[in-house]
Design a protein around this ligand. Structure first.
Ligand code: NDP
Length: 503
């Protein structure tokens, strides 16, 4: 077959604009960002690098929609119905969304399809909560006074998402935000924006008023900065790395805007000597090699009790050596490429560091198969190391595991908590008492016992320590997007002394 000409190739490249006020807005001249497929290394799409003026346009559209009676005065049960309708549309479009996301970030299709298939539930759950937002009557011991509270939306919510699960992570904030009556401007990562753009276009089809959901694309330092620093934005829900999260929080603080921060992790997966080892090794593999380790909850430190260490290593190396690397669009593939060339460089340099700091037990390079050469692959890699090494302390965000041994329960807890992060942790044991004792002692927002990497719309999710603050999912998430107003009514008598505060 003759090679494709430049002109043919550029015709095949899909171009995506911004989604603002229910309309597509083209990029300004010369402001396009290429989107690279991490499996082929080729550019397959282009997105707009939004200017500050375009971000302002999106925030203004969102604020206009917030103030418009069409949204502001919509009955909450109707908001809920729209969300249900949207959830049904997501189910119908799940396959397309999954493919688009896999082409952006290389996450294997079996995972993106499972995610897209499940996240309609977020719209059903939060849609169901839209008409259950209620204040309360608060008793006060003052004669003739009656007080109650109202729970009101905040206004325009900025949702900033990373590239590893752009759509699911956007939905974690967007679904409760709109259920609460806010409007939203989404900024996905410029590395993986396409599924989010396609998703946004479904809102109007579902019947949402224009401007309720808007999407701006562009890099964090330009479009992202203009969005989180915009004076009209009333709340920032940010998911990403810890250092970006700190910058975003301080930028938002210029306008005293509250933030929710879902940041990085270095989660321990602790295997006690009484655990079902086959099950525990599956848990270690799920923790660090699913999504090629590019998961905020990656179980990147496996803490293994000394008595079962050799057994765990031999099972783990055997399982790891059989992992199927390949085309992420292939249903059989278990580990896809890293999401970008930058990620490949970063993860490879951590692997080189690991070779100096620890003992390499498996992997440690790039796969040799010619079929994988163009993609941003690294081998699933296992090091034996200790908790002071940099690969055990810093977030690698790749398929690189630090195996660390411990002698007893106290030491396991001490090592597990000896990290600046606190997002998640796993415990593998058959001892029920120990499982609950250790779960309490761990400093992490999520603890899994004899399972790993499970998540639900109804269970709060968020970090301790440098992994962030605020909670997604469940009733806690609704609270993040509401503010409380207290109303005082004097129904008998008159104000007593106008010059003294009554309390
Ligand atoms: P980044 O922090 O680099 O980026 C996250 C998002 O923020 C992107 O959309 C990025 O834009 C944008 N951004 C970056 N800097 C700024 C800024 N100063 N102002 C406004 N926006 C900004 O993270 P990654 O995309 O590299 O994602 C990986 C990180 O995300 C990991 O640390 C991971 O642990 C964390 N994460 C946390 C999760 C959680 O729930 N706790 C879940 C998933 C990931 P752009 O990319 O276009 O430059």
């Amino acid at each position: 077959m003759p090679a494709k000409s430049e002109a043919q190739r550029s015709r095949e490249i899909k171009r995506y604009g911004l989604y603002v006020g229910g309309k597509w807005v083209d990029a300004e001249p010369g402001r396009l960002i290429p989107v690279v497929n991490p499996y082929t290394g080729e550019v397959w799409a282009e997105i707009a690098e939004a200017s500050a003026a375009q971000v302002n346009m999106a925030v203004t559209a969102a604020r206009r929609a917030f103030d418009d009676p069409g949204w502001r005065q919509m009955k909450p049960s109707w908001r809920g119905r729209l969300m249900w309708k949207f959830g049904e549309m997501l189910e119908k479009n799940a396959d397309e969304l999954a493919r688009l996301e896999t082409m952006c970030n290389g996450k294997v299709i079996r995972e993106t399809r499972a995610q897209m298939g499940s996240f309609s539930s977020w719209f059903y759950y939060f849609g169901g909560l839209a008409d259950k937002i209620q204040g309360e009557v608060v008793p006060v011991e003052m004669e003739g006074i009656f007080t109650y509270t109202l729970r009101e939306p905040l206004g325009v919510v900025a949702v900033v998402a990373p590239w590893n699960s752009p759509l699911l992570i956007s939905v974690y904030s967007l679904a409760p935000a709109i259920a609460a009556g806010n409007t939203v401007v989404l900024k996905p990562s410029s590395f993986a924006p396409v599924s989010v753009l396609r998703f946004a276009s479904l809102f109007e089809e579902a019947g949402f008023p224009p401007g309720v959901v808007n999407v701006v694309t562009g890099s964090g330092s330009t479009a992202g900065d203009a969005l989180v620093g915009h004076p009209v934005v009333a709340k920032v829900a940010f998911t990403g790395g810890t250092s970006s999260g700190k910058s975003v929080a301080s930028r938002a603080a210029d306008h005293l805007v509250p933030t929710t921060l879902e940041l990085g992790g270095k989660s321990p997966n602790i295997v006690f000597d009484d655990a079902d080892l086959a099950h525990a090794v599956d848990g270690i593999v799920a923790g660090i090699f699913s999504a090629a380790g590019q998961s905020c909850v990656a179980g990147s430190r496996a803490l293994v009790q000394e008595g079962v260490y050799e057994d765990v290593v031999s099972r783990l190396v055997d399982r790891t050596s059989r992992l199927k690397l390949g085309d992420p669009l292939d249903e059989e593939t278990e580990v896809g490429p890293l999401a970008s060339k930058d990620q490949l460089t970063k993860v490879s340099s951590y692997i080189e560091l690991g070779k100096k700091e620890g003992v390499l037990l498996w992997g440690g390079g790039r796969p040799e198969s010619p079929a994988l050469r163009r993609g941003f692959f690294v081998q699933p890699t296992v090091f034996k190391t200790d908790n002071r090494s940099r690969i055990a302390r810093e977030e690698v965000f790749g398929p690189v595991l630090s195996l660390i041994t411990f002698q007893n329960e106290d030491e396991a807890v001490q090592i597990a908590n000896d990290t600046e992060f606190g997002l998640a942790a796993g415990i593998w044991t058959r001892d029920l008492g120990r499982a609950h004792r250790v779960a309490r002692a761990l400093q992490a927002g999520t603890v899994w016992i004899n399972t790993y990497r499970t998540i639900s719309y109804s269970v709060p999710f968020g970090g301790y320590k440098q992994s962030g603050y605020g909670r997604e999912n469940g009733m806690d998430a609704m609270r993040e997007f509401l503010q409380t107003k207290s109303v005082w009514v004097q129904h008998t008598g008159s104000m007593r002394d106008p010059f003294a505060m009554r309390s």
